[in-house]
Every structure is written in C-alpha cells, then in structure tokens.
Design a protein around this ligand. Sequence first.
Ligand SMILES: NC(=O)c1ccc[n+]([C@@H]2O[C@H](COP(=O)([O-])OP(=O)(O)OC[C@H]3O[C@@H](n4cnc5c(N)ncnc54)[C@H](O)[C@@H]3O)[C@@H](O)[C@H]2O)c1
Length: 249
Amino acid sequence: MISLTDKVALVTGSTRGIGRTIAETLAQAGAEVVISSRSADDCKRVADEFTAKGYEVLGIAADVSDPDAAQNLIKEIIAQRGELHIVVNNAGITRDNLIMRMKPADWDAVMAVNLKSVFNVSQAVIRPMLKARSGRIINITSVVGQMGNPGQTNYAASKAGIIGFTKSLAREIASRNITVNAVAPGYIATEMTKNLSDDARQRLMDQIPLGRIGEPMDVANLVAFLASDLAGYITGQVYNVDGGLVMQG
Ligand SMILES: NC(=O)c1ccc[n+]([C@@H]2O[C@H](COP(=O)([O-])OP(=O)(O)OC[C@H]3O[C@@H](n4cnc5c(N)ncnc54)[C@H](O)[C@@H]3O)[C@@H](O)[C@H]2O)c1
C-alpha cells in the first residue's frame, strides 16, 4: 500500500490534466500537495476544490520557466511547511510546427517551459533535500523524446533533454538518498491532446498494443509509487506509461 503521510509534494503544472490527477493521487495517499501553475486564479480554484474534498493543499502560482520564480516557489513552500519531500516536474507546453515554419520563439518557449523549468525547480529544491538527506524528484518526459515526431522537433528535444538531465542528476545526488526518475507518457487524453484529428488519432491507436488512449490516472499511479518509500532503490530510470507504444530493451 502506497502511503505518503507526512510528505509535502509539489506538482508543477497541476491546475489541470496529468498534473492535477498526479496531485490528487498523491493527496489521496496522504501527502500535503502544492498546486502550482502560472495563473494565481487557477491555483486558488483547484486548491479550494482539493480543500473541499478534505485534502491538505497549498496553491502557489509560479512560472517555472523563470529561475527566480522557481526559487521563490520553493522558498515559499519551505517557509510555510518547513520541508519539501517530493517534486514532480510536470509543467509542459507544445508549439508544434514543421521545422521550415517553426519560429525561433516557439523553439525557445518550449525549451524554457519543458526543459529549463526542470533545471530551475530541481536546482531550487536541491539544498533543502540535501539537508534532509532524502527526496524524490520525478520528471515528466514523453515517448516523443524517445521516438521523435514530425512537427515536434522542439518538444522532442526538450523531452529528450529531460531524460539526460534525469540520469545526470540521479548520479550526482544518489549518495544523499535523493532519487531522480522520469516517467514517459504516451498518448494521454488531456487538453494538450484533444485537438488531434480523427485520422491522426486512429493512426496513433493503431500503434498502441493495448489498443486504447491512456488516462491521466495511468500516469499518476506510477508517479505515486515512485514518490513513495517503496521506490527507495530506484533512481536514474525512465518508465513508459504508453500502452506498449515504445518497448525498450
Ligand atoms: N497529454 C499527453 O498525451 C502527454 C504525453 C506525454 C507527455 N505529456 C507531458 O505531461 C505533462 C502534462 O501534460 P498535460 O497533457 O496534462 O498538459 P496540459 O496542457 O493539460 O497541462 C499543462 C499544465 O502545465 C501548466 N503550465 C504551462 N506552462 C507553465 C509554466 N510556464 N509554469 C507553470 N506551469 C505551466 C499549465 O497551466 C497546465 O496546468 C507535460 O509535461 C506534457 O508534455 C503529456
């Protein structure tokens, strides 16, 4: 049984989609969760909804692509709760286009929100985790970072970058009992993916051995396990939650 009682957990990008479901799953396992995204209104709304369900929750807005905002977010959590045990780097965006048409600004935005944010938040949380001599960092990457996808050179590069980052940081801080892992979702039903044409959706489904699109809960269950004491001997790994789309040797 997964128990996160007495743990404080930050999930970035948790006002909707996969992040919100991860936050709720961690809360159900007993963690006090920090809901965060750029919009203060969204953070408050979701935090109020969680409070109404009886969960321990804080809502703190931050644009995690900004290093100062990430530092302030962690400072605020430590100031209010004294510690932070679990960080799930989930915030992400897409700005898809074929390379011929991709604007440099779309490259930069995706790298900043998807990859630099992981550096920003991880760097900010390392000091308190080193002091505590324990911690869990879980980074949400994507099958696209492993397989590639036409029209997503920026997104794929950012997600592949997360994998290299995860392995390096895992090696850097393993001796301090802090684990760092990545979860690679396949095609999950959220706002991010709802605009696919029926044709594109069918082509995708045809490639998924389990024959269905994933739900945010499929990802959240694995994150909750990796965040728990049960996963104490696991670090530097990438786990796919993709219905068998990518099978690695
Ligand atoms: N949906 C999928 O099929 C899928 C597949 C693989 C990986 N992923 C990854 O999972 C994560 C969540 O995806 P989703 O489908 O739930 O997306 P979503 O668009 O529904 O939610 C993204 C969340 O990130 C927040 N966010 C965006 N920019 C931010 C910023 N600068 N600072 C703070 N928060 C910010 C948004 O407010 C939102 O809460 C992303 O990293 C995404 O790349 C999704």
